[in-house]
Design a protein around this ligand. Structure first.
Ligand SMILES: *Cc1c(COP(=O)(O)O)cnc(C)c1O
Length: 467
């Protein structure tokens, strides 16, 4: 047969929708999905076959082959876009997989409230309208010593809002060493411009002194801003001005002082050997008028931007027209309150109960048994070799840069095929499993895996190694 004849034969052989619906092969699908879903998928598959007819054989379009395609299509489409990921990367706050994992207490609060109405902007005592953010503000007052606090959708919004509310049309004095770009197009000079404030750079990239700030303050200065250099470190011959000195300067000259802390650490990490993240409490005690930070970085809560500080300064943010455009939905307040409550039980409890803090500060020695357990589960698995090895984790999301956290992992080397292929197989399953690929091996850092996830990882590796 000539090519056009072949094509025509394939087109003729493609079964009709009704024939497929009546076929034995499709019965399980009609039990699992609605008729509407099945018909839609059949049409999609048949359209594809007609398009590709010239490249197909008559056997590719038999009822059995078509049914298989329909089943695969339905299964693929049944998988939600947002789905569970098992984090074997050792990056604790991984932007690609949603940063902080919530504590069970926060998950329980969401599960309890999501399907019901909940208190949000109502004073249950009087029945009058109440403050939307008061539940979180009360806990933040206790935790940090601030006078008031509010919540927006993320810290980028918080930074924009505090600048717009405090210094629109005025100058904002900022060190050249702190003109940061956080991943995903958050750049301080651009945020400043969008807020309507005017950037006044002082000092140099590596050294800025108090006198640089003092000399730059003039008639039209609206704010002194300090930005935590979250995702990089300036090392060597450096000098920066601490928040205490800036707050004192601001007081003396009558200029509000803002501090973008980025990660915003609520507990003392230095005591556990992790230095370099400034404490929220410290900025508040220093007298900063407004402090902002992320809810889903080191705090370990939902995505949110938290603004706290002096009563009038926070109230000015809350009354700004942008605030309405930035306020979170009720579930964010719910998860944030539950997370903040964990801190109310004391630092020790917070380190145990907030997953981000637990993962960050777990000593490497405590992870070694977990790595060994995973390696043992893979022992003798044909197609791969697995061994427990020391490795290094990272905080991620710009928190604690230039800092590797000693950890343990399992190095898996495929006997045939590449590590990249193995990693791709892990990534495209459900749940997706993410790991690092390094020197022809797939490395699972067990710092970000839970004990419950080890079987899941081992099972998937076995299945992929068998293919
Ligand atoms: C992460 C970060 C931001 C942005 O916070 P998001 O919550 O990602 O919007 C802003 N400033 C600093 C210093 C940061 O580290």
């Amino acid at each position: 047969m000539t090519e056009p004849e072949l094509s025509a034969a394939v087109l003729r052989a493609i079964p009709k929708v009704d024939r497929l619906l009546g076929a034995e092969e499709l019965r399980p699908l009609l039990a699992a999905y609605t008729r509407e879903e099945v018909v839609r998928e059949i049409r999609r598959v048949l359209d594809g076959l007609r398009r590709d007819a010239s490249r197909l054989d008559v056997t590719d379009v038999g009822v059995e082959a078509v049914s298989r395609r329909v089943a695969q299509g339905l299964a693929r489409r049944a998988l939600p876009y947002y789905r569970r990921v098992v984090n074997g990367t050792g990056v604790i706050l991984h932007t690609g997989i949603g940063r902080a994992v919530l504590a069970p207490e926060a998950v329980a609060a969401l599960a309890a409230l999501a399907g019901h109405p909940q208190r949000l902007e109502i004073d249950l005592e009087t029945g009058a309208r109440g403050g939307r953010d008061e539940g979180c503000a009360a806990l933040l007052r206790e935790l940090t010593g601030c006078e008031d606090a509010t919540v927006v959708n993320n810290n980028a919004a918080a930074t924009l809002l505090l600048l717009a509310a405090t210094a629109r049309g005025k100058g904002v004095v900022l060190s050249r060493g702190e003109l940061v770009e956080i991943g995903g197009s958050f750049r301080i000079p651009e945020v400043m411009q969008e807020s309507g404030a005017i950037l006044i750079e002082v000092g140099t990239t590596n050294r800025t002194h108090l006198r640089d700030y003092a000399e730059a303050i003039g008639e039209t200065t609206g704010m002194i801003l300090k930005v935590h250099t979250s995702n990089y470190r300036v090392q060597g011959f450096t000098a920066e001005v601490e928040i205490e000195e800036l707050a004192a300067l601001g007081r003396e000259r009558g200029i509000p002082v803002g501090h973008d802390l980025g990660s915003g650490c609520a507990v003392d990490l230095a005591g556990r050997g992790i230095t370099g993240e400034p404490l929220l409490r410290r900025s508040v005690a220093a007298g900063a008028d407004l402090v902002c930070f992320s809810g889903d970085k080191l705090l370990g809560g939902p995505q949110a931007g938290i603004i706290l500080g002096r009563r009038e300064a926070v109230e000015r943010c809350r009354r700004h027209p942008l605030f309405r455009a930035m306020r979170p939905g009720r579930l964010v307040y719910t998860a944030l309150e539950a997370t903040l409550r964990l801190y109310g039980a004391g630092e020790e409890a917070a380190f145990e109960r907030v997953p981000v803090l637990r993962q960050l500060t777990g000593p490497a020695a405590s992870l070694r048994p977990r790595a060994r357990r995973l390696a043992r589960k893979l022992a003798g698995c044909p197609g791969i070799t697995a061994s427990a090895v020391p490795c290094a984790s990272q905080a991620g999301s710009g928190a604690l840069p230039a800092r590797e956290i000693e950890s343990w992992g399992v190095r898996v080397v495929p006997v045939s095929g590449s590590a990249q292929e193995l990693a791709a197989g892990l990534r495209t399953g459900d749940p997706a499993i993410l790991a690092r690929v390094h020197e022809e091996a797939v490395l699972f850092d067990v710092r970000t895996l839970s004990d419950e996830e080890l079987d899941l990882v081992a099972g998937r590796l076995r299945a992929l190694a068998h293919q």
